[in-house]
Design a protein around this ligand. Structure first.
Ligand code: SF4
Ligand code: SF4
Length: 328
């Protein structure tokens, strides 16, 4: 059972939720698109239901709420360091099944991948609950059904917009009090997409020959190394560290972590100047094998959640689905 609410009533609940949670959703950012005069759909904190963009895929994923593009890890002086205060408020994120499943992959990397946990990620991640957004027809270049990430039960609340109303299913007991006094007046369960516009064949038996395959050469000539495919990916988790020294006292500063891209020149460069991957073909091979081979070997499922963002954003029309179909 669930609720069919007028938008005003839902906004009243959202207002109550915002007393205890920071609430994020895909929103339209005017004039921030890649081309002049275009808008960007990306994650932002919301006040009202009407701000949420339901009918477009966000260009950037929900990962940036917990794993931020730029994050100060600590401040330092000559003799001591201090970590920034941890945001204490809990977090609600409107997210589609692929992005919820992407968080599961990030959890593997940051929390479950050996003896050391990433405390910065974990502290924020433990505060997160998801509000499920359904996908309807999906979007061009999505292939979540092939990767099995079209479904999830990891959500606290389902929110479905219908003409002039909001339908909700409250799954998490912690959120039930926010709906006190309202009658459960509809039957509602999540609808998950069952067929994408395109279904790629995922690699089943990659063998070592693929590492030396000539197929990667195409990417050396085509890819510009812009890194956009990494930055939109909800599962890319690489970062680099930067020490920032303040101008008025160069003995003080802060250490930041900043998203990094395995497709960008310099990513694998070591002290002394040696680099492991010197051309875009080798970088594409690394990215694709990480998403569809070595992560699978370690955790038993593909890292890629089939959101299709990398295909959509690439200025050279490089398609990860076309690539993986050549792997075995
Ligand atoms: S590799 Fe591409 S399709 Fe897969 S999760 Fe990342 S952005 Fe989405
Ligand atoms: S978005 Fe396209 S061109 Fe840019 S690094 Fe990725 S594959 Fe290369």
């Amino acid at each position: 059972m669930g609720y069919r609410l007028e938008i005003e009533a839902f906004n009243a609940i959202l207002g109550d939720l915002r007393r205890n949670f920071r609430v994020y959703a895909p929103v339209k950012m005017k004039g921030k698109g890649a081309f002049a005069g275009t808008d960007l759909v990306a994650y932002g904190e919301i006040n009202k239901f009407e701000e949420i963009v339901f009918n477009q895929r966000s260009a950037y994923s929900a990962k940036e709420i917990v794993f931020k593009p730029v994050e100060t890890m600590f401040y330092f002086t000559e003799n001591e360091y201090q970590q920034p205060a941890v945001q204490s408020q809990n977090i609600l994120i409107f997210a589609r099944p692929c992005d919820i499943n992407a968080y599961k992959r990030l959890d593997e990397i940051f929390i479950n991948n050996g003896p050391f946990k990433d405390s910065s990620y974990q502290q924020q991640r433990e505060k997160v609950k998801f509000i499920l957004m359904e996908c309807g027809e999906g979007f061009d270049s999505c292939f979540c059904v092939a990767t099995g990430t079209n479904v999830t039960d990891d959500y606290a609340l389902l929110v479905r917009p219908t003409a002039g109303f909001v339908q909700c299913q409250v799954k998490d007991p912690e959120l039930k009090p926010y709906f006190n006094g309202l009658n459960e007046n509809i039957e509602i369960t999540p609808r998950f997409i069952e067929k994408n516009q395109y279904t790629p064949r995922l690699p089943q038996n990659i063998n070592n020959d693929v590492f030396n395959s000539p197929l990667w050469q195409e990417y050396t000539s085509r890819c510009t190394g812009c890194g956009r495919c990494n930055f939109v990916c909800p599962t890319c988790s690489c970062f680099t560290m930067q020490d920032i020294f303040y101008r008025d006292n160069e003995n003080c500063g802060e250490r930041r972590r900043v998203w990094a891209s395995c497709m960008v020149d310099g990513f694998s460069e070591m002290a002394g100047g040696h680099a492991f991957r010197n051309n875009q073909g080798e970088r594409m091979r690394f990215k694709v094998m990480h998403k569809f081979y070595d992560f699978h070997k370690r955790f038993g499922y593909h890292m890629c959640v089939g959101c299709g963002r990398c295909d959509h954003i690439c200025p050279e029309y490089i398609s990860i689905t076309k690539c993986i179909e050549k792997l075995d």
